[in-house]
Design a protein around this ligand. Structure first.
Ligand code: SF4
Ligand code: SF4
Length: 409
């Protein structure tokens, strides 16, 4: 039941930084509540790893508070700087997770007990296992003991879509960040590229919904309820994460061709993977239609209406290609709540804001705190409740990894 150091450090850093932001913006009760929750979690968990890493994280944030950078990073945080910090910190954390997982798998493959534990957060890349695990828990009361973190992370992602639109794409996802870098590379290597024409863009965007439908079909309909407990104990399910890793580590010709095509597409069209292929993005996009948070344009403050200018800076800044300057409230399933449109607007928060239906505005700091609470506090609670850590015996995985290619659903 021990959380890995990188998981605990990410949780500690994220939550203590969120509390420091709340404190710096005079939301003292919010900061106190968050830190008290973290302290209570530490007391309940009573684990040296959590104590040490969270204490280290709190010390780092406190040092930042006192340093000369404190002003820039805590009291006057630029929304885009905050978003980029969030994306890069989580991407760095995922890189460490990937390295630790790779070492873990290498030892398993050699028939040895790994010296490093498996970071359970890798199960975030198993949406089918997570969905079937959730179905098993709801329909049969059978809890998945092999990949419980997959259930937790799927819940986190879907809840995130429902609450904050596709903010996970804009603030969290390392694939989205990689897409941004590839597109910048495309700026240099493919200077003459042209935009995807609208008549092609629309049908291409539908691909991710087709993939999401296939995912929903596999999770919701392909297995009858009575077969769920058996599947959740099966060798295939136990090794679902290793099967996924094998797909990337030992790619076939088709995978290599698709990967290359995806890299070129990402260099060509900004966020091509998120826009055209990501089934998670499609599910969050659909849920985001129900989200109470939307980008709202106040036309009486917008330069188009107030000064009669031909401004479209918000639309040009939007990575999703949304015509922000032509709408009042952005309902688009592609909006990632990245707030780039607000940052680009000459009238800033007066003309554009992320707001609730009652017009109450949510700042970048507020969105970050809500995101961090959903993304990090829920897994911490799941960990304390015993529904995060995989209970699979490493010896079983050592045996199963030798017969990986013959494992089928
Ligand atoms: S509308 Fe604004 S918040 Fe939404 S994706 Fe475009 S730039 Fe980001
Ligand atoms: S950038 Fe601001 S002022 Fe310009 S069109 Fe958009 S909302 Fe209006």
């Amino acid at each position: 039941m021990i959380m890995t150091i990188i998981e605990a450090l990410t949780i500690g850093l994220g939550l203590s930084y969120a509390a420091a932001l709340l404190h710096a913006s005079q939301h003292h009760y919010g900061a106190l509540t968050l830190m008290s929750t973290l302290a209570a979690a530490l007391l309940i968990a009573n684990q040296a790893t959590l104590w040490l890493t969270v204490t280290l994280a709190i010390t780092l944030v406190a040092a930042l508070h006192r340093s000369r950078w404190g002003e820039n990073w805590l009291t006057q945080v630029d929304p885009q700087r905050l978003r980029v910090l969030c994306q890069h910190t989580l991407a760095l954390s995922m890189l460490v997770v990937a390295a630790q997982y790779g070492i873990h798998l290498w030892f398993l493959g050699q028939g040895l007990t790994p010296p490093l534990p498996r970071p359970d957060v890798v199960d975030a890349f198993l949406p089918i296992a997570g969905g079937l695990g959730l179905r098993g828990a709801i329909e049969t009361g059978h809890l998945d003991h092999h990949h419980p973190a997959a259930m937790v992370m799927l819940t986190v992602v879907l809840l995130g879509g429902l609450l904050f639109k596709r903010a996970f794409c804009g603030w969290v996802c390392p694939l989205g960040l990689a897409g941004e870098y590839l597109h910048r590379l495309g700026d240099r290597l493919l200077p003459a590229r042209r935009n995807v024409p609208p008549r092609l863009d629309g049908p291409l965007r539908m691909i991710k919904y087709v993939l999401a439908s296939a995912l929903v079909y596999v999770v919701a309909l392909a297995l009858p309820t009575m077969a769920l407990p058996g599947y959740l104990k099966s060798s295939y399910h136990i090794m679902a994460d290793v099967k996924m890793a094998q797909f990337f580590v030992e790619p076939g010709t088709l995978t290599l061709l698709m990967g290359t095509g995806l890299i070129v597409a990402s260099m060509w069209r900004r966020q091509a993977f998120c826009r055209y292929l990501c089934p998670y993005g499609a599910l969050m996009g659909l849920l985001s239609l129900l989200s109470p948070l939307k980008i709202q344009r106040q036309s009486d403050h917008c330069l188009i209406n107030s000064k009669g200018l031909a401004c479209d800076k918000c639309s040009r800044a939007c990575p999703a290609g949304i015509a922000v300057h032509q709408q009042t409230r952005i309902h688009s399933d592609e909006c990632q709540a990245c707030l780039r449109c607000i940052s680009a607007c000459p009238k800033r928060a007066q003309a554009l804001a992320l707001s609730l239906p009652n017009q109450r505005k949510v700042s970048a700091n507020g969105l970050f705190v809500l995101l961090v609470i959903t993304l990090l506090l829920l897994p911490l609670i799941a960990h304390l409740a015993g529904t995060w850590h995989s209970e699979t015996d490493p010896l079983i995985r050592i045996q199963l990894i030798q017969m990986l290619d013959s494992l089928g659903m």
